[in-house]
Design a protein around this ligand. Sequence first.
Ligand code: HEC
Length: 160
Amino acid sequence: MPNSRRQTALTIIVLAGLAISPLAISHYNDKEGPQSYRQSWFALVAANFGPMVSMVKGEMPWQEMQMAGYADQLAALTTLDVMRGFPDGSDKGTTRAKPEIWQNKPDFQNKMDALTTAVNALKTVADQGTDRKAIAAQVAATGKACKACHDEYKSKNYLY
Ligand code: HEC
């Protein structure tokens, strides 16, 4: 397969594996501050990344300005301290965060850093605007960073 077709096939495979529901609803519960904080952050991340995936998949018209705008918002979100939402003892309550997060904090942090790196690269290509293949590839790479963490540290259903 030529390289670009392989790239496209890879993109589709990665994106198909991403279960991003536009209806994912976060909650705010003042008895569960950290849980609410992190879930709200992930909801914002998904609200910006979801449309980018839809554009790459052709489910939404590809608008360069919008693509760059979502990438900028996503990059801005990664400057927030999301680890504030994962203090010790917050593995309970209304959450899909697996207890392994607190057993493997450095690995979890690495996966968070990998997301930041991927998102910054995405912002760089999306801001340039024109190279759709490069943008699609970086959307896929970012999706892989989400999936790498979810596979290990996020359960499908609420745990408690
Ligand atoms: C370093 C780990 C990690 C990375 C990277 C990550 N996630 Fe998550 N994500 C989680 C964990 C853990 C939860 C569960 C949080 C909870 O329920 O308390 C979660 C929850 C979510 C939720 C549900 C939020 C809610 O409403 O409760 C969405 C949506 C989501 N992530 C999307 C994404 C997307 C999109 C990306 C990539 C752009 C991403 N995540 C990257 C770990 C990660």
